[in-house]
Design a protein around this ligand. Structure first.
Ligand code: G3P
Ligand code: CA
Length: 251
């Protein structure tokens, strides 16, 4: 089976990352799923921003966790990339888009878990998904939302607060146990970076032998797309859904 194509931060090769425009384009390009990073503002709102500061991707400066949603709303999150102004994207606005799109569109939510407030983001993510009717699928395969983090504590909290949703343990580096395909019991899928898979392609099969499919990021180079397809990776996060889909289709 061909991997499902997940738009990493939206169609972020073509539009400013994590903006409504990037997600609308990803859906237009036929992505099977979209990926977002979430952070908490000083006044308790979930926003889709990757870095802990807004400096790289907006017209402002400062830490997301020290700014209110009103302050973030004054900034332009698009012009740094392509001169198209974009407002900060709230998690609610992204869920409005998801719930008004194709019913089979999946959302991969990455908690950018701050060590300072363990569990707070995860609780809010789960509560917000519940408000949108997205937290209680019949089975994990029916779930529209998959939750993930690099932090094992965050993944454990996500499982605790939304037990019916699947989880990905994102992996940057792994010890011996990790290399064997082992995951903590609260994680369903392994989420290695593509460089780990390139260096050790057998990892995908070892995960499968332990009962875990894989979610691999960020897969843009044609040879990486082919490698992931040949290894039977289940989800593949890419910055250009259209190019990756074309490549998978052999075009
Ligand atoms: O999809 C997982 C991937 O997004 C993790 O890396 O830094 O892009 O959030 P990063
Ligand atoms: Ca991410």
């Amino acid at each position: 089976m061909s991997p499902l194509v997940v738009a990493h931060r939206g169609a972020s090769a073509h539009r400013a990352e994590l903006t409504l425009a990037a997600y609308e384009l990803a859906i237009e390009q036929g992505a099977d799923g979209i990926e977002c990073d979430v952070r908490l503002t000083a006044d308790g709102h979930l926003v889709c921003i990757h870095d802990d500061v807004v400096d790289r991707t907006s017209s402002g400066t400062g830490r997301v966790s020290e700014m209110t949603l009103a302050q973030l709303s004054e900034l332009d999150f698009g012009s740094w990339y392509d001169n198209e102004p974009q407002r900060v994207l709230t998690f609610d606005a992204l869920l409005d888009l998801v719930t008004s799109s194709r019913p089979d569109l999946k959302l991969f939510v990455e908690s950018k878990h701050p060590a300072r407030f363990p569990g707070r983001i995860e609780w809010k993510v789960a509560a917000t998904l519940g408000r949108y009717g997205l937290s209680k699928p019949e089975t994990k395969d029916d779930a529209r939302v998959v939750m993930m983090s690099f932090s094992t504590l965050a993944v454990r909290k996500l499982r605790e607060y939304a037990p019916r949703l699947p989880t990905v343990q994102l992996i940057e580096n792994m010890g011996k146990q990790g290399r064997d395909g082992w995951l903590p019991p609260w994680a369903d899928y392994a989420g290695p970076g593509v460089d780990l898979v390139r260096a050790d392609p057998g990892y995908v099969e070892r995960c499968r032998a332990q009962g875990h499919d894989t979610y691999v990021w960020t897969v843009d180079a044609p040879e990486d797309v082919e490698l992931c397809r040949d290894l039977g990776v289940r989800f593949l996060a890419t910055n250009s859904p259209i190019k990756t889909r074309e490549h998978l289709a052999g075009e």
